[in-house]
Structure formats: C-alpha cells, structure tokens
Write a protein of this length. Structure first.
Length: 180
C-alpha cells in the first residue's frame, strides 16, 4: 500500500486522482463557485472547482478614534473594515483549462455592453482549506465576487515547476467558519 499526501492509494484510479498530466498536485486549497451568467453557456457548466497552491484570506481591522479627555488621549473603537479583495495562486495543467475560464471571465468583466451585474459577478464563492486527507476544515464564503486581475504565467522550457499564476478577486463582504 502506498500513501500520497496522506491519502491511501490502492488502485490506478486512486493514483490518477493525484497525478494529472504527469504532475503531482499537492494543493491544500480549493475554490468552488457557480459560473457567472456571461460565460455559463460557453463552458457548458454551472459550477467549477479550482485547485489553489496558495490563498490569501483578507484581514479585518477595527479602526480607532482618538478622543482627548482632560488633556490625554482616549482611544475608542471605530468601525470594522476589511480589504475588498483576495488573491489565490492557481495550479493549472499544461492544457490551461482553468486559465481559459479566467480569461473568459475577465473579458466578461470588461464588457461594457453587459445587461446587468450578474453577467460577471458570482453571488457566492467558497474557499476551502483542506486537511491532508483532502477533507475541508475551514470554509470562507465571499459574496458578490468578480475577477479583477489575472496574473501572468512564467513559462520556461528548462523548468519543471508547476504552472502557476495569481488571480485577484474583488468582493463585497466575507465570512469564515470552521467545519466539523
């Protein structure tokens, strides 16, 4: 019996789950979402799951207000704020299937003839942190998300590194929860 990334491999179909295009995929993060309306027809799908090499969950900050009282500063809490974007590093295959999806999405965001915000916005995007067995442990839900930046890909014929690139998303609000 063999183990890959903590998962038992007994059959060839088990092995195929971990090796795609001859490259081992060891991502611990997964982005899951419904497709934006504008690109749903071109991909013949409603949902997509993407393996991520790294993710960035935004920080939350409580602003402070300084009030002077009898000549001394008194700090009191202000309003909660958070970054309005998050970044992932995508681990793609040599066929660039995920990259093609992101290119269609960012072109839909740039389309000025769109009828509504639903053409390029996804209502909910789920970001999962996976344990060594591939089971989700933390789920972060982002609301009203659209792709705001599609990063470049560094290709090199002398490198055997995985094909990776960054994607930045803009959102309205988010929440995280620990899964049982």
């Amino acid at each position: 019996m063999r183990y890959i990334y903590g998962n038992e491999v007994q059959t060839i179909s088990d092995l195929k789950k971990f090796y795609k295009d001859g490259v081992p995929y060891n991502s611990k993060y997964r982005l899951s979402m419904s497709l934006p309306t504008a690109i749903r027809q071109t991909l013949d799908s409603r949902d997509i799951d993407i393996a991520c090499q790294s993710v960035e969950i935004p920080k939350s900050t409580v602003k402070t207000q300084k009030v002077w009282f009898r000549g001394r500063p008194l700090n009191i809490k202000g309003q909660l704020s958070y970054d309005d974007n998050f970044k992932i590093t995508v681990q793609d295959s040599g066929h660039f299937k995920i990259r093609k999806f992101f290119e269609k999405w960012i072109y839909a965001c740039d389309n000025l003839e769109g009828k509504s915000i639903e053409d390029y916005t996804v209502k909910e995007v789920y970001l999962y942190h996976l344990d060594t067995l591939g089971k989700p442990t933390i789920k972060t839900t982002f609301y009203n998300v659209f792709l705001s930046e599609l990063g470049s890909i560094q290709l090199n014929d002398k490198s055997t590194d995985l094909i990776t690139y960054d994607c930045n998303f803009t959102y309205s609000t988010f929440e995280s929860e620990v899964l049982e």
